[in-house]
Design a protein around this ligand. Structure first.
Ligand code: SF4
Length: 464
């Protein structure tokens, strides 16, 4: 039986002061600070859209805000300290304007719950990612009840709602669309299954309607989002279809130019998904496929569910059917028990695959994960030494890959004026590489451009 969520009220309850009179006359302002992953970025965009339908206008300055949301991520180290330090900076604002509401969301909020509310006395609301769709209701409850709230219950399939796109949400050239939430994989280093719950996929009808609405508003690119996005539809729950069919149906939507997805899991890749890179004309030639380590021993300890050879088989097959696809990945150095030999297997994997880019991190402990029990721990200094060595190698490979692009033509989706030179446009190639054009184009334009120079992580190009 599913259970309807219950708001948990946490004493003591310092009053949320009356809203200043001016706030009733002028638009209410919302400040959102996001730290963390793409999932959090997307959640923040949805929060802005949801609160826009309640009359809140985004502001870049917390000093002007009536509602401050700190949206935290605990995938990387020191997330809680970062959240507490940002929340500490908001204390003065709350002192000066007690009507301001401070809400703490995201994975740290989910994990810490009551403890966070106790430690950050000036916070009014702590809510987990499952309650994002209810944000306007929770804010209203804080205001009307003058009580501090915590809402971190996990919702099951029947009760969980994917936060809807609202007509007031800001227009984006490239927009994230959630196709699933949570994760069933339980990798031993990862906190996500404990903060975002088990995997729940959204119905294809709902996803297609959201993409259609985005395309009608002018969005040119969608990024289908999920912790293990290509496991979408695997459970064959109502209204879901296989992931490659979802990609094909999204491609039918008029006005949409590009489709991406992130992040797939190697264990869930089917041949149909790989063939989509050849057969689906809107699917961008870029695949971000987290590998984490090149050593079978470490992959097993991480409980990743694939071997180095299985990962390489996906890469080989992908390059056989769609050689234009650029690959990027995620890596961890110094996982417990990782030897120098294991680490060198990761380095050799980088040489073998030649990723165009990688997000690499030194392993950091996460309370509640099984990796904490794996011996021996690699000393922190050594984790970072390996990280530096790995990044040095990856930087060289990235530079080589980008240099090979000089003189080639690519289709660029313009995102806006360059931040460093407003007379130029910036955008992305289909391979997801940042690229700067020699002149200005309207955001959302697709421009054919020839690469003239390769930098460390980006490209310079001439529109042709
Ligand atoms: S697949 Fe592993 S690393 Fe990715 S979210 Fe799930 S548990 Fe975390």
């Amino acid at each position: 039986m599913s259970r309807l969520p219950v708001l948990s009220e946490v004493p003591p309850a310092p009053a949320v002061g009356p809203l200043p009179f001016a706030a009733a006359l002028s638009p209410k302002r919302l400040y959102v600070d996001t730290f963390g992953c793409q999932m959090n970025e997307h959640d923040s965009q949805r929060m802005i859209g949801l609160m826009a339908s309640e009359g809140y206008v985004p502001t870049d300055s917390p000093e002007d805000a009536d509602l401050i949301i700190l949206n935290s991520c605990s995938v990387r180290e020191k997330a809680e300290q970062k959240l507490r330090s940002r929340a500490g900076e908001m204390r003065q604002i709350k002192r000066q304007r007690p009507g301001v509401i401070l809400a703490l969301g995201g994975c740290v909020a989910q994990q810490e719950g009551d403890a966070l509310l106790m430690r950050i006395e000036h916070a009014d609301l702590v809510f987990g990612p499952d309650h994002l769709a209810r944000l306007p209701e929770l804010i209203q409850k804080v205001k009307t009840d003058r009580k501090r709230l915590k809402e971190t219950t996990f919702l099951d399939r029947q009760d969980y709602q994917f936060p809807a796109l609202t007509p007031e949400a800001p227009l984006e050239v490239s927009a994230f669309v959630s196709v699933m939430k949570g994760c069933d994989k339980f990798c031993t280093f990862c906190i996500v299954p404990f903060t975002r719950g088990r995997e729940i996929s959204r119905s294809a009808v709902e996803i297609l309607a959201e993409v259609r609405a985005l395309a009608e508003r002018g969005t040119k690119e969608v990024v289908l989002l999920g912790q293990t996005v290509n496991s979408y539809g695997r459970k064959k729950q109502d209204g879901q279809i296989p992931f490659h069919e979802l990609l094909a149906q999204v491609a039918e939507i008029p006005g949409l130019e590009r489709i991406r997805f992130t992040s797939p899991h190697p264990s869930d890749f089917s041949d149909e998904q790989i063939l989509a890179f050849r057969d689906n004309p809107k699917l961008c030639p870029h695949m971000h496929l987290p590998v984490q380590s090149g050593s079978d021993r470490v992959l097993e300890a991480m409980r990743r569910g694939y071997t180095r050879a299985e990962y390489l088989a996906i890469v080989r097959r992908l390059r056989e059917v769609a050689p234009q696809v650029a690959m990027t990945t995620d890596l961890i150095t110094g996982f417990p028990g990782e030897t120098e030999e294991d680490f060198h297997e990761t380095l050799s994997l980088l040489e073998e695959v030649r990723f165009q880019g990688a997000f690499a991190f030194a392993y950091s402990e996460r309370v509640g994960t099984r990796a904490l029990k794996i011996d021996p721990a690699v000393p922190e200094e050594e984790r970072f030494r390996r990280l530096r060595q790995l990044l040095e190698l990856q930087d060289r490979i990235t530079k080589e890959c980008l240099t090979e692009m000089v003189g080639q033509r690519y289709s660029v989706l313009v995102e806006g004026p360059s931040k460093t030179d407003p007379s130029r446009s910036s955008g992305r190639t289909g391979q997801n590489r940042p690229i700067h054009l020699d002149r200005l184009f309207a955001p959302g334009t697709l421009v054919e451009a020839e690469v003239v120079e390769a930098y460390k992580h980006s490209l310079s190009a001439r529109a042709v």
